[in-house]
Design a protein around this ligand. Structure first.
Ligand code: PLP
Length: 379
């Protein structure tokens, strides 16, 4: 295989004709000024798809998390418990409101927050007399966290639950869509997610007061009078009408994208799954994975090459693969934060690799990745 072969990306955007038509329609209507009919329609259609009544379209998933924490009144010196194995945006949002993240280890069963460790940490907080202001559960790599157990632990202490479903649009837990479980949930349409608006996010909730207030704060907190009157600090976090048009087109093909990514996952399982030392992120029995990224762990002695040797080999063949998220408790910027456990997430980082998982991947491309992984093994 020539090193100049066409690059295979980890998770590239996958657009179709409907997205193009809707975008041009928005353009030609001159609804370029941020808000417009596509934003309203995208919110309505998105809420219906996820099965949650209210949605606010925003500029990013991170802004959705930030607003959700503001809605719950999280502030200076409060604590918020979250998964250590996540993308930094989850923990960053906690710091935006002046609060401190406290990290919880993963369970090997799903790589998501370990509900038993969450319960232990909440009990310890209660004994100390300082409960966290919120818990943010993350649906990692497109697989739901265990919401029955997590919600039970939160409810016992009256701590509100937020869902970071940025990676999990189209995934489900016991037959209900991810995003339906917390007080509020955040989604992302960043360029690498299962569907994309190039950049964007959505906040959803069962509680209209929260989404109304988030909508108000996300549009510079302009009080409803003719002149510019402000009684609150606002943000410029709204999604533009052009991008909402793209989002509506993408939402229409979401189910296809899930099936396509799951087929990529099936290919890797049926081929790589036979190799010694390769273990896939398990699909927990309680839910359905959206296939966003196929992730494996590599036992270097059994396989004959480490995850890093595989990654470097793939890169030399112009194939993008990425290590599993580096846990937040190991990040220099969060080194002073408390963590409960952490060894499971660390082991997943040390040995974990995310493989190219795009929904438009062709059989030849999958074969190239497979051969590349095998070639990392030195004879
Ligand atoms: C992508 C992502 C975010 C942030 O979404 P943006 O739209 O990029 O701001 C938050 N949390 C997780 C787990 C993510 O993967």
């Amino acid at each position: 295989m020539s090193p100049t072969a066409e690059r295979i990306y980890l998770s590239p955007p996958h657009m179709g004709e409907q997205e193009r038509a809707l975008l041009l329609e928005a353009f030609d209507s001159n609804w370029i000024a941020p808000l417009g009919p596509h934003v309203d329609a995208f919110e309505r259609e998105f809420a219906e798809k996820v099965g949650v009544p209210h949605a606010v379209a925003l500029s990013s998933g991170t802004s959705a998390l930030h607003l959700a924490l503001l809605m719950l009144g999280v502030g200076r010196d409060d604590e918020v418990l979250t998964s250590t194995l996540t993308f930094a945006a989850t923990a960053n949002a906690i710091t935006y409101v002046g609060a401190k993240p406290v990290f919880i280890d993963s369970t090997a069963e799903s790589w998501n927050m370990d509900p038993a460790l969450l319960a232990e940490e909440l009990d310890a907080c209660a004994r100390r007399g300082k409960l966290p202001k919120a818990v943010i559960a993350v649906d990692l790599y497109g697989q739901s966290a265990d919401y029955d157990a997590i919600a039970k632990a939160c409810e016992r202490h009256g701590v509100p639950l937020l869902e970071d479903a940025a990676e999990a649009l189209g995934a489900s837990y016991r037959g209900r869509s991810c995003g339906a479980f917390g007080a509020m949930a955040a989604f992302s349409f960043n360029g690498n997610k299962i569907i994309t608006t190039s950049g964007g996010g959505m906040l959803v909730s069962h509680n209209k007061q929260w989404t109304d207030r988030a909508r108000f704060l996300s549009t510079q907190a302009r009080d409803p009078v003719p002149h510019y009157e402000h009684t609150h600090i606002g943000y410029n976090y709204r999604m533009s009408n052009l991008l909402a048009a793209v989002g509506r087109g993408q939402l229409r093909v979401l189910d296809q994208r899930v099936e396509q990514r799951r087929a990529v996952n099936r290919f890797y399982r049926e081929t790589l799954g036979k190799e010694p030392g390769i273990t896939f992120m398990p699909e927990a029995e309680y839910g359905r994975f959206n296939g966003w990224l196929t992730c494996v762990t590599v036992n270097p002695t059994q396989f004959g090459a480490s995850r890093e040797q595989i990654r470097v080999q793939l890169e030399s063949l112009n194939i993008e693969a990425r290590p599993v998220w580096k846990p937040m408790h190991l990040q220099p910027v969060f080194k002073d934060c408390r963590v409960r456990g952490g060894d499971t997430a660390k082991a997943l980082f040390d040995r974990g690799l995310c493989l190219p998982s795009g929904s438009a991947m062709k059989p030849e491309q999958l074969e190239r990745v497979l051969q590349g992984i095998r070639a990392a093994r030195k004879p």
